[in-house]
Design a protein around this ligand. Structure first.
Ligand code: COA
Length: 575
């Protein structure tokens, strides 16, 4: 079938559905929901058999739904309606939630139901639930709905006739519903409220007496700071986060957005103010025994070292790259033979930190200089990994990776990805960025020169299976996060116990030495950085413009041509 994905953005759910549908032989094209007339034009050009809307912020026009079946993905259980589905579920502490695929009609979210799926609702950030449970349930339900549509003998069930209707119509959640009362809210309540608003819109609050939206909350088990502090007081800072007292404990606030600005690490959004708080660093890299905010954490079992880096949104600033490199250098000295880089639960890495770079434009700094520093810090980290000689290194991707983050992963000997993870191993979407992280060394040796050129040019997302199929990844493991962790630990322990491990390490060292003799890493880096220098400091400002819009979330005004295949020159509906 020809299936048009009508969507607000090419987010990870849209990417996953597009890849899954293509993998089942459907012809997929994408149009951003920018204006009714643009969507109508896309339908006229592509003549889809079916329209799927994975992520919409407004209703589909009648001119389209009256003539075509449009399947809308709603992140709520059967009967649930309204724009804040997940927000209400998380804030209300629901134990189970779901995704419903319904047919677009005049009334929003009230059309007949084609498929649905449910899941236990974790206590976690909305963005995390969306990228894990919702993504999985939506994929299952959409694929089932598409099969039912193709079979041509299925009648969707009108909402009024559904037997198990547990949800209802709920309004847009307002900031008044989200407000934290620091004097009376306990830690669990504060966490639920901030989780329900993460990553958008955040909870309207104040920090240091200044109005802002807060995000990215973490519990703290040990009360730190002044003995005479009161609920609501800011107690200490650590790296990029600040600790705030609640009624019965304290929570770390990782990110904040000041009015008119964009989201930043809290200690950067309030740089001067947080510098005045007492510092509460963690000593060393070992994973803390009790709940706290720890962005880099190391643990060891069965002769294997596991390095976790839980960087919000997978973005890695100059300082974070430097600290992770120090942690990796330390881990390399441990008596382990396998090192697994676990990344974070939702993202492995999305490369340089575009928001922190953009923040340089708010003061007297230079975003070009900060970009330069950040890419060099990423490269130093990638080199540390490539040059790890005494261990087999593994990048274990429980979450998505994009741009430089994908090549940082490829700098490890092995890349294992959880089923359901999406990879975007290309740079050009960010204002034609050339990219670095030694990709010109790492990519062709896996997929060949031609394959590398195609990946960079086509700018298509890869599923975990797709990445393995083309040789970018080495294994696609269990889709369930818990099963993935167990699988990773088992496989890593097997490598550590392998009788031929010494031989494997010797072969690895020889290969690196040969590669270095043929062309030193420094040459790859220099060549890549000569392009990056032009991207950052040259005449063409595309990268700075693209970053500005990305960080400030400017609305798209057209669908990129590499996604809207129906707009290709010479594209015709196949006979
Ligand atoms: N720096 C700062 N923030 C980043 C980021 C980066 N490199 N990559 C992603 N983010 C943020 C997004 O702004 C978004 O923020 P939010 O919390 O306000 O929602 C969040 O991470 C999730 O991103 P989103 O685009 O919604 O996730 P996705 O899983 O749908 O898409 C990508 C993943 C990788 C395709 C997309 O995020 C992307 O293109 N990122 C930029 C990658 C890049 O160009 N890096 C620089 C070159 S190395």
């Amino acid at each position: 079938m020809r299936i048009l994905l009508l969507t607000h953005a090419f987010n990870s759910l849209t990417q996953r559905l597009g890849a899954e549908l293509q993998g089942r032989g459907h012809e997929v094209s994408i149009e951003f929901d920018i204006a009714d007339s643009v969507a109508e034009e896309a339908v006229a050009l592509f003549k889809p058999h079916l329209i799927v809307a994975p992520y919409l912020r407004r209703a589909i026009p009648e001119s389209i739904w009256a003539r075509h079946v449009c399947l809308v993905v709603h992140p709520g259980i059967v009967g649930d309606r309204g724009p804040s589905a997940l927000d209400w579920a998380i804030q209300g502490g629901a134990s189970e939630w779901g995704v419903t695929v319904l047919q677009a009609e005049a009334e929003m979210d009230a059309g007949p139901i084609w498929a649905s799926a449910t899941f236990p609702l974790r206590a976690a950030k909305k963005s995390s639930i969306y990228r894990n449970e919702v993504m999985q349930a939506a994929t299952t339900a959409v694929l089932q709905a598409v099969e039912r549509f193709a079979a041509d003998d299925f009648l969707p069930t009108p909402l009024a006739e559904c037997r198990e209707v547990r949800g209802g119509l709920r309004p847009l959640m307002q900031q008044a519903d989200r407000a934290i009362d620091w004097a009376s809210d306990d830690t669990a309540t504060v966490l639920r409220k901030i989780n329900a608003a993460d990553g958008f819109p955040g909870v309207a609050d104040t920090l240091f007496g200044v109005a802002c939206h807060v995000f990215d909350a973490w519990p703290e088990a040990v009360l730190r700071g002044a003995a005479d502090s009161r609920p609501g007081d800011l107690l200490v800072r650590r790296e990029t986060a600040v600790l705030r007292k609640t009624l019965d404990g304290a929570v770390w606030i990782g990110h904040a957005k000041r009015a008119g600005d964009f989201k930043l690490p809290a200690a950067l959004a309030f740089a001067a103010e947080s510098a005045a708080l007492p510092d509460a660093p963690l000593e060393g890299w070992w994973r803390s025994d009790s709940a706290t905010w720890q962005d880099i954490a190391y643990e060891e079992t069965g002769g294997v070292g596991f390095l976790h880096f839980e960087f919000y949104n997978g973005a890695m600033s100059t300082a974070q790259c430097g600290r992770l490199r120090a942690a990796l250098a330390w881990a390399r000295q441990r008596p382990v033979r396998v090192l697994v880089l676990m990344g974070g639960a939702d993202f492995w890495s999305n490369g340089i930190h575009l928001n922190v770079i953009e923040a340089a434009s708010l003061g007297d700094g230079s975003p070009a200089d900060e970009s330069w520093n950040n890419i060099n810090a990423m490269n130093d980290l990638a080199r540390e990994l490539i040059e790890t000689e005494a261990q087999i290194t593994v990048a274990a991707l429980a979450g998505n990776a994009g741009a430089g983050g994908c090549f940082l992963a490829r700098a490890a000997d092995l890349v294992w990805a959880r089923e359901g993870v999406m990879l975007n191993p290309h740079y050009k979407n960010m204002g034609n960025l050339y990219g670095s992280e030694y990709w010109t060394y790492l990519l062709p040796r896996r997929v060949g020169e031609e394959g590398a050129r195609d990946i960079m040019r086509n700018r298509q997302p890869l599923t975990a299976q797709g990445a393995v199929a083309i040789g970018f990844g080495d294994a696609c493991l269990a889709g369930d996060p818990q099963a993935f962790r167990i699988d990773v630990a088992r496989r890593a322990a097997e490598i550590a116990a392998a009788p031929d491990l010494a031989q494997q390490l010797a072969t690895k060292r020889e290969r690196r030495a040969q590669d270095e003799a043929q062309k030193p890493l420094a040459s790859y880096r220099e060549e890549e950085l000569s392009h990056m220098r032009r991207n950052f400091y040259g005449f063409d400002p595309s990268y700075h413009v693209a970053r500005h819009h990305f960080v400030r979330k400017s609305l798209a005004s057209w669908t990129p041509r590499h996604l809207a295949r129906h707009r290709d020159l010479g594209w015709k509906v196949p006979m």
